[in-house]
Design a protein around this ligand. Structure first.
Ligand code: DGL
Length: 273
């Protein structure tokens, strides 16, 4: 019997919005979650920092027995995934896989717009990397993509201010900004795993008729098709519906906040790097 949970990584809490959908869609698998809360946020960190932290976390997942790790963080996917896949994976273990969230999102986002004008909201790191511009152009070259960095949104969520008047101001500001750059946008992608927590505010300040897309379901569907197409990986993944949660931050803080993102109680364990 294999004991190989699917690893799910985020800089902190945000990846739990992805894990929630993975568990809802593929409940039979085992999952191991790591939030690097002690070093979050990643959004304003350099390429070298995000790469070093993400690689260290991937190595940890491999030591725990995971053969498949999902970087459920756009910033880590934008800044570290390709280098890890190309430079580290061959020597770490060529039979293991690390997947991100930008490619699966880019593969389908073009099917969701009528006007062929999309807005991407993300952290500074994700937006500056231009990963979404490059990836969406590969699949949907006819689509115009407009970006907006929303640097305050992660901290509004992390500080539990997602329903505050500060959130009102900041959400309205960035929605107005992106729509003023391109009035034909009919689809807004929340390209940061923290942003679904702000969904009520985002809906409040987004004109009717504009679709707001979170990534959880997209990533879950993409994992189903990945596992269908890679039976050698699928058979390695253990299926006892077990879930374990680790944080590099404060365990009590994590347990208190994490249920908001995951939708169920969590009892996390501490990881010290
Ligand atoms: N949730 C992460 C993402 O999807 C970013 C949060 C952070 O800045 O650490 O990009």
């Amino acid at each position: 019997m294999s004991n190989q949970p699917i690893g799910v990584f985020d800089s902190g809490y945000g990846g739990l919005t992805i894990l929630k959908e993975l568990v809802a869609t593929l409940p039979e698998y085992d999952y191991l979650y790591l939030g690097d809360n002690a070093r979050a946020p990643y959004g304003d960190k350099t390429f070298e920092e995000v790469y070093a932290y993400t690689l260290q976390s991937v190595e940890w997942f491999f030591k725990q027995g995971c053969s498949l790790v999902i970087l459920a963080c756009n910033t880590a996917s934008a800044k570290a995934l390709r280098t890890i896949q190309q430079n580290n994976l061959p020597s770490l273990d060529p039979n293991k896989r690390v997947l991100g969230v930008i490619r699966p999102t880019s593969e389908v986002i073009g099917q969701l717009t009528q006007s062929k004008h999309i807005g991407v909201l993300g952290t500074q790191g994700t937006i500056k990397s231009e990963s979404y511009l490059l990836e969406i152009a590969k699949f949907f070259p006819e689509i115009k993509v407009t970006q907006e960095a929303c640097p305050e949104w992660v901290s509004l969520v992390e500080k539990n201010l997602y329903a505050s008047t500060e959130a009102d101001y900041s959400v309205k500001y960035h929605i107005d900004e992106i729509l003023s750059k391109d009035a034909k946008i009919d689809t807004l992608l929340l390209a940061c795993t923290h942003y679904p927590i702000l969904i009520n505010k985002i809906k409040q300040f987004t004109p009717a008729g504009i679709r707001i897309i979170s990534q959880g379901e997209i990533v879950a569907k993409s994992l189903i098709s990945y596992l269908n197409n890679h039976k050698e990986m699928e058979t390695k993944c253990s299926k006892m519906s077990k879930k374990r949660f680790f944080t590099t931050g404060d365990v009590e803080d994590f347990n208190e906040h994490a249920s908001l993102f995951f939708g169920a109680e969590i009892v996390a364990e501490k990881l010290i790097f």
